[in-house]
Design a protein around this ligand. Structure first.
Ligand code: FAD
Length: 468
């Protein structure tokens, strides 16, 4: 009797699952391994949060719109599937922060809101003189002796004071995590800043020594930091799907539970059961938790908070929108009386997305503690966004069209202690379910390249496991 091939099942066909499948297939083929891959995806399409609408000459991202160039795995994956010619960098320009009904230019040299150049920081009207003097305290304050995790809020408030945190750092971080800066873990999001404090005592001095962006000369052009695909990020998903020709892809199929016998059994919503020698779960943590609910194993991660947000893309004729400042968009400080949390002037930041003579704005609503707006109707959300925008710029008519996309519980919050909790969960998993791995946005990084890194690492672990 011939032994059947060893099988890896990847649960979830978002970018993490697709990257895992692509790298596993690549290794199976190059090393001629006797293994096969199945992807099980609940939806009728692959890509998860990556969704692009191409309409009337616009390229509109409903979810992620770009990725950080310096994190290499996404560019590498795009190049490996033959799409490098579609990569486009963002147009650079002034970014703004909305505080007290006014758009303030982000001071030159502020990196993630951390001021690194004295002159532009002293000249900004975003921070009072007292706030500026408090931030200068960073040069003399001793380093902390804390070895344990702490919130980003605790860390930055101690080094730079409350005002810099509230008017500069929080709006930017909130734009990434839609979270509460006083709950989010330093260790799990920006451990490099903790390290800078330990190594240089002063965060600002540490940034000056280590970050090229902190040493940009006045007037020197900003470098673009983000990349996207001219054809929309979903075109990567489509290409990956065609390249995964050796994988079995089950769409519209949900994994509901897992049990362990000689092999793993995964029960599907259809009532069918598929077997696997190794399983990579790339689904959100609350789904992974429910799949393991019989064993009670992933209870700790099931309760990771996750914030709901919505993106609101609006297209206009150029003459219908006035007073847009020269720049790429703005983020909103929490103490401003606005519902929108950020707005990208997409036609400026990503010119390829918008036909000549049109304007494309993409706004965000919803953040930790302020999520009910996401449940309103499209019309209500559109009205709230337009009312907010009209306090800052002039929008003379309703948009040609609006695309509202709700993302329920889509932004996992890595709260203080997340890394330790994940380490404990993984140890338990290894003990009770060897060969089963967790990867994706809920665990070790939310950005697209972080998800790809996790998917690829899980693929190699799974292959090692089944071939050992
Ligand atoms: P997902 O994309 O959520 O994929 C998980 C998949 O699992 C889904 O397809 C789902 O249908 C499937 N699934 C769920 N349950 C089951 C089940 N029981 N059985 C089988 N399948 C199941 N990152 C950036 O780098 N840049 C950005 O600009 C950016 N912007 C963002 C904007 C928004 C609005 C959001 C929500 C996120 C953004 N992110 C951004 C983050 C990034 O998009 C996500 O972290 C990433 O796409 C998550 O990928 P994933 O594969 O881990 O999860």
């Amino acid at each position: 009797m011939t032994q059947s091939k060893r099988k890896i099942v990847i649960v979830g066909g978002g970018i993490t699952g697709l990257a895992a499948a692509y790298r596993a297939q690549e290794k199976i083929n190059t090393e001629q391994l006797d293994a096969e891959i199945t992807i099980v995806e609940a939806n009728h399409r692959l890509g998860g949060k990556i969704q692009t609408v191409v309409q009337d000459g616009f390229v509109i991202e409903r979810g992620p719109d770009s990725f950080l160039e310096r994190k290499k795995s996404m560019g590498r994956l795009i190049t490996d599937v033959g799409m490098a010619d579609k990569l486009v960098p963002n147009a650079t320009g002034q970014a703004f922060i909305l505080v007290n009904d006014k758009l303030h230019p982000m001071p030159g040299g502020a990196i993630m809101g951390i001021p690194t150049q004295i002159r532009p920081f002293m000249l900004t009207d975003l921070i009072s003189l007292t706030g500026k003097l408090r931030a200068a305290g960073d040069f003399v304050l001793p380093k902390s002796n804390r070895q344990d995790d702490q919130s980003l809020g605790t860390f930055f408030r101690r080094r730079l004071g409350n005002e810099v945190v509230e008017n500069l750092i929080e709006p930017l971080l909130s734009g990434i995590y839609a979270g509460d800066i006083d709950q989010i873990s330093l260790q799990s999001t920006f451990p490099q800043y903790g390290k800078l404090e330990q190594e240089h005592r002063s965060l600002i001095a540490g940034m000056k020594k280590t970050s090229p962006a902190a040493n940009r000369k006045p007037g020197e052009k900003k470098k673009s930091m983000f990349l996207t695909l001219s054809t929309g990020l979903e075109s990567l998903v489509e290409t990956l799907e065609t390249r995964l020709s050796d994988c079995d892809i089950l769409k519209g199929t949900r994994v509901e539970s897992i049990s362990r016998g000689d092999r793993y059994q995964l029960s599907l919503n259809s009532g069918a059961v598929i077997e696997a020698d190794s399983v990579i779960f790339t689904v959100p943590h609350f789904t992974a938790g429910s799949v393991f609910s019989d064993s009670g194993l992933l209870e700790q991660i099931e309760h990771i908070p996750a914030t709901s947000v919505a993106t609101v893309a609006m297209a206009f004729d150029q003459e219908e929108v006035e007073n847009i400042l020269d720049g790429t968009g703005f983020v909103v400080s929490r103490n401003s009386d606005y519902t929108i949390t950020a707005c990208t002037w997409t036609d400026r930041k990503w010119p390829h997305t918008t036909p000549e003579g049109k304007v494309l704005l993409r706004c965000y609503v919803g953040r930790a503690g302020d999520e009910t707006v996401v449940d309103l109707s499209d019309d209500q959300i559109e009205k709230i966004v337009l009312d907010d925008l009209n306090k800052i710029i002039k929008v003379k008519s309703k948009p040609d069209f609006t695309i509202v996309t709700r993302w329920k519980k889509a932004m996992p919050q890595y709260t203080v202690g997340h890394r330790e909790r994940m380490a404990a969960v993984r140890t338990e998993l290894e003990k009770n379910y060897p060969g089963v791995y967790l990867a994706g946005a809920s665990y070790d990084g939310i950005g697209l390249p972080d998800c790809i890194d996790q998917g690829e690492a899980a693929a190699y672990k799974a292959l090692n496991y089944i071939t050992q």
